[in-house]
Design a protein around this ligand. Structure first.
Ligand SMILES: [Fe+2]
Ligand SMILES: [Fe+2]
Length: 287
């Protein structure tokens, strides 16, 4: 395991520092991939909790069980890890247990813009560790995403949910689970000044474009993943390469050996108005 101080790049710090009582801190964990991701996170998260004292920890769990979906056993394991809200994406439907989990856990989300007939919900308002009410929205992109035919506009879905969340709080974190960088950027600018942060997930590759947009919205195109480094976005390389070479279906498995990266994002905002003043990429390596 590397040092407790993660390598990170920080931009967007404001000159005026708020009073500590007016700061709300959100820690976001990129897509957790299989057992290696879970094992690494259970070691690193206590350090990050200690270092950053977040008011809320949000983690994307669409790949948490065997690299795809969620099971009852894995959900119980994750529930013991000081994670407050779980977001997901297109892979959340892959295992049958998810259907009940999504309807029985208040803090487990699936993209809000999937059909209403699907189990679960795509937003919540969470009471943070120091009492702040924090809205969380999970939406899916449509560009290069399946099943884009049945998924509503993430822009319109977020818009509708913001009205509901706005009745309770002005602090809102959005997980945009999408493939296209342009779609994520567009959502960031569309919601600029109206949400605290727009954080991308799904590609499993952390991007270096974290910024505070003009209206006080923290943005990053992708938070990255929590999974094996010697892999293709968490999966064993051989089968993925064979699929690209042949176009034939292959069974993908989570890469089992080597070091694991834990990727996340830290956002700080004024609790009084929900505007972000700091965003920082977090990267840790564990083995
Ligand atoms: Fe993912
Ligand atoms: Fe995904």
């Amino acid at each position: 395991m590397s040092s407790a101080t993660p390598s990170a790049i920080t931009i967007g710090k404001s000159v005026l520092r708020p009073k500590s009582s007016d700061v709300v801190t959100a820690l976001f964990i990129g897509d957790i991939v299989g057992r290696p991701g879970r094992k690494a996170l259970v070691e690193i998260l206590p350090l990050w909790n200690k270092n950053y004292s977040p008011d809320i920890v949000i983690a994307n769990i669409e790949n948490a069980a065997g690299g795809s979906g969620i099971t009852n056993d894995v959900m119980r394991e994750l529930s013991g890890m000081s994670i407050d809200v779980f977001t997901s994406g297109n892979h959340i439907w892959q295992k049958r247990d998810a259907l009940k989990i999504l309807d029985s856990y208040d803090n487990v989300l699936r993209p809000a813009n999937y059909p209403r007939r699907n189990p679960g919900k795509g937003w919540c308002v969470y009471k943070g560790r120091r009492g702040h009410l924090i809205g969380v929205i999970n939406v899916s992109g449509r560009v290069f995403m399946d099943p884009h035919q049945v998924v509503d506009s993430p822009f319109d879905s977020a818009e509708v949910l913001l009205v509901k969340i706005g009745l309770e709080t002005h602090i809102t974190i959005v997980d945009i689970h999408a493939e296209a960088t342009s779609e994520k950027k567009a959502l960031g600018f569309y919601l600029n000044g109206r949400v605290t942060a727009v954080i991308g997930t799904h590609t499993h590759v952390q991007t270096a474009d974290e910024s505070i947009l003009s209206g006080g919205t923290a943005f990053i195109t992708d938070a990255g993943m929590t999974g094996p480094i010697d892999s293709i976005i968490g999966m064993s390389k051989k089968a993925v390469i064979e699929k690209f070479l042949t176009g034939m279906p292959r069974r993908f498995e989570v890469a089992r050996s080597g070091k694991v990266c834990i990727n996340g994002v830290l956002v700080k905002a004024y609790a009084s108005n929900g505007r972000a003043f700091h965003i920082e990429r977090l990267q840790e390596v564990w083995q």
